[in-house]
Design a protein around this ligand. Sequence first.
Ligand code: SF4
Length: 459
Amino acid sequence: MTDAVDDFGFEHVPESDQSFENALAKARDGDRLTVADGVELLTTGTDTGGIDTARKEQVLEAADRRRAEVVGDEVTFVANLNNNVTTACNTGCLFCNFKDTAANFERGSGVDHPGFTKTPEESRAIVRDALERGIYEVTSVSGLHPAFALDDEHHEILASYDSPANEVNYKPPERYDTDPGTYLEQMRAMSRDGAHLHSMTPEEAYHAIRGTDWTYEDAYRRLRDAGLASVPGTAAEILVDEVRDVICPGKIDTQDWLDAMEAAASVGLPMTATIMYGHVDNEMHRVMHLKEVRDLQDRTGNITEFVPLSFVHETTPLYERGVVDGGASPAEDELMIAVSRLFLDNVDHVQSSWVKYGDERGLKMLSCGADDFMGTILSEEITKRAGGGHGEFRSFDEYVEMIRAVGRVPVERSTDYEQRRVVEGDGPHGPTLGPRADGTPLLSPAERETATDAASADD
Ligand code: SF4
């Protein structure tokens, strides 16, 4: 939480009538925690200001023990490619520097910008190359391009509005330098030949039905039939509307996000869930968010992992406009991972995002309750463009070395955790779970050197 937080006059603040000691005892006993319990653990007691180091260690220890009981000592990772279709977006979220104003992408805008849009054919070629290398998961999260529609019928409906740009955030593809195709075309392009396509956040699903009377269930069923295999529960940010109103007023609200996720689950799609914290939110908001996720999991059972994402503040509008003065502290990050593990008693896996935390802190999170360590990420525009500066690619050899160095067991997993392989022996190591994966490293030594140089240049 930053100093600026008081300026918002939030209704929800970190207060409780529970004691830290009682909350810790419940956590140690494995009892289901209340929101008050979670707030006590996340604040290390609302009876004291700041974070109490000794109490923090007690919370981390309880979470680490719970992790060992639930999933043992294995640390998982996945061989994945990030293929984001477009950076064109005009939603204007204040924490985001991924988007580029969509008007810049219009023909004849004359604006020189670093953004991109890929056609379905281009997406297809990128995925084909990645599959050849051994990748099996394709993660795709994109900006809300005004020309993106679910299919041709959706284009017609959107174009029939009197003022499509203003009423339904739509402009026809001809207005743009590059046509992203339809969502269904992109799904087909990215899911061919055995790739597991992880895409269509609740916010993208909303974009895919905007201006129609179609339901989220309609959309996810059709997307699934076109190749979508699982859904990233991003765009969640903080699932408390008073926070969303400040950081992403153009996005769907909490209830819409939950409705979309339930719809995805109802058509049989596995999904992840996230939290993006450390901006204007406080500890009460974070625990209220955890409660929404736990309730959603009670209703669906489809959430495979929970991913805490620490806000990377550099070069975001929230920071540049002085709304926040930084992100979460390392102690807050550790407690967020730990309380996620303890509160979410119905979600097996908690991810440590090295892209957000960096390598050293990312590894530390594995002893705070986390058991998953992301994926190889052959391309990662989002964090790079927000100034994360932690490189873009992680080889299997690096994963194995890092995980063994902290005394844990490296395990290659499929997106849904159904397939798992303990990585044994000396390297070089590569993926084996993909349709073309034979254990060969994803990049050759020469390519690896180039990738490392590129990552360094970004720092
Ligand atoms: S977070 Fe997503 S919806 Fe919001 S501005 Fe960025 S790309 Fe657009």
